[in-house]
Design a protein around this ligand. Structure first.
Ligand SMILES: Cc1ncc(COP(=O)(O)O)c(C=O)c1O
Length: 423
């Protein structure tokens, strides 16, 4: 027997491009042998020193009076544990001088859920029947946003300026000339550092976006899943940014705790209250464990030291090795560019004039046991779906072992050479 689905059911329950891709990757991973090179996922690396901290904290929770109760056996308030909210507010106030308190902080079940709630709170069908959208000032942008609208497409995206910055290197920049804030825009959103490209919007770009948003009485959403103060996987000289009309999201995932599903939203109090209301309706409350594991690390500031002394250098070293491996693999006979790598876990490659689509390249690589993400998925919300650039790029994670990354890139280069490029 088959049942009828609502519009919500059609939009969210009927699968999605990214859902199919993740399924495909998951099956390839499950059936692939030991030689499989998984360069596709967003899984953070396992850093032994960081794992030791989680083990230590779990042992402390077991030993503390009331530790197990706080971590496992009680419902927290929907917006998050009050001590955790206060600790986050204090950390950000003391680290960056931002004028905020616990009323500006909410916990959600992972950053992904924060975006699902935020986008649907602000955009979609409005009370007067009009529709509003989220403006992406630059794509490619995080694939996880793409299908989150309960009423269908939520995004209006602006193609970037592509600036060649060095030999085999480019950087996407916001094209402010094309960025118009029409009345149907509900908010501006960007990830910084950006998944998939490792781009970090410059301070000037962020100031201009914040000023534009303020001028139009709109929030600016900055997705800080990889940025400062934790996990700090950022290599560019960029100033962390928050103002009273900015919604900044953080997460414990890339710190190494994706299994705890802990997202953190910093924003205006009415947005924070609305998030608490949605959490209560959709899930009663959030998981406590991630908050309890990290609470003393946030209160003491140890989380800053771990990010600065362990996590950032770990990923920077991996990133440098992967970049060297790319230079060795692609050489000078392929026309290739890599986005300037300023943070996050990924390298983003562009092969101008690639004679096959990035989707076909993905399939050929999968047959050879190398899993990457084809680039076209990250260009959602664009008015022109046929822009050739979107079929010439791939995302490669460098969080895996060095040999996996090196061998994977060598095979990518072989397949690009085999496919050829139009001049
Ligand atoms: C840019 C960005 N934002 C948000 C998320 C969501 O992460 P989580 O739900 O694990 O906090 C991710 C995950 O990869 C991401 O890359």
């Amino acid at each position: 027997m088959s049942y009828q689905f609502s519009k919500f059911g059609h939009h969210l329950g009927g699968g999605s491009g990214i859902g199919e891709l993740m399924d495909d990757l998951g099956h390839a991973l499950a059936s692939g042998g030991p030689d499989l090179k998984m360069l596709g996922g967003g899984q953070p690396a396992h850093i032994p020193e960081i794992h030791a901290v989680w083990r230590r904290r779990l042992a402390e929770i077991l030993a503390e009076a009331g530790g197990v109760e706080r971590a496992l056996t009680t419902y927290d308030p929907p917006s998050g544990n009050p001590d955790f909210l206060a600790a986050i507010a204090t950390l950000l106030r003391e680290t960056f001088g931002w004028d905020l308190g616990p009323q500006n902080v909410a916990v959600t079940s992972g950053g992904q859920t924060a975006f699902y709630f935020l986008f649907n709170l602000l955009a979609g069908e409005m009370p007067d029947g009009s529709r509003r959208k989220i403006l992406l000032p630059l794509v490619p942008e995080y694939i996880g946003y793409a299908n989150q609208g309960v009423g269908g497409n939520l995004f209006h995206a602006i193609p970037p300026i592509i600036e060649k910055t060095a030999d085999h290197e480019f950087k996407y920049r916001v094209d402010f000339e094309k960025l118009t804030l029409t009345p149907d825009i509900a908010a501006i959103c960007a990830s910084r550092p950006t998944n998939p490209t490792g781009n970090v919007l410059t301070d000037e770009e962020i100031f201009r976006l914040a000023a534009l948003a303020e001028q139009h009485h709109l929030p600016l959403i900055i997705d800080n899943a990889y940025g400062a103060p934790f996990p700090g996987i950022i290599f560019a000289d960029a100033t962390p940014f928050w103002q009273s009309h900015v919604i900044l999201t953080l997460s414990l995932s890339k710190l190494g705790l994706p299994g705890t599903r802990t997202g953190i939203v910093i924003g205006p109090p009415d947005i924070i209250r609305a998030l608490g209301s949605v959490t209560a309706i959709a899930g009663l409350s959030n998981t406590n464990i991630g908050q309890q594991i990290t609470l003393p690390l946030i209160q003491s500031g140890e989380i800053l030291r771990l990010s600065r002394e362990l996590i950032q250098p770990f990923y920077l070293a991996k990133c440098l090795l992967a970049r060297q491996a790319a230079v060795a693999a692609f050489g000078d006979d392929i026309d290739w560019y890599m986005h300037r790598s300023e943070g996050a876990l990924f390298l983003w490659f562009w092969f101008p004039g690639l004679a096959i689509s990035s989707q076909e390249l993905y399939l050929r690589l999968k047959k050879r046991g190398v899993l990457v993400i084809p680039g076209q998925h990250f260009f959602f919300g664009l008015a022109d779906p046929d822009w050739t650039h979107r079929h010439e790029c791939i995302r490669v994670s460098y969080a895996m072992d060095e040999t996996v990354v090196r061998d994977g890139l060598r095979i990518v280069a072989e397949e690009v050479r085999r496919a050829g490029q139009h001049c």
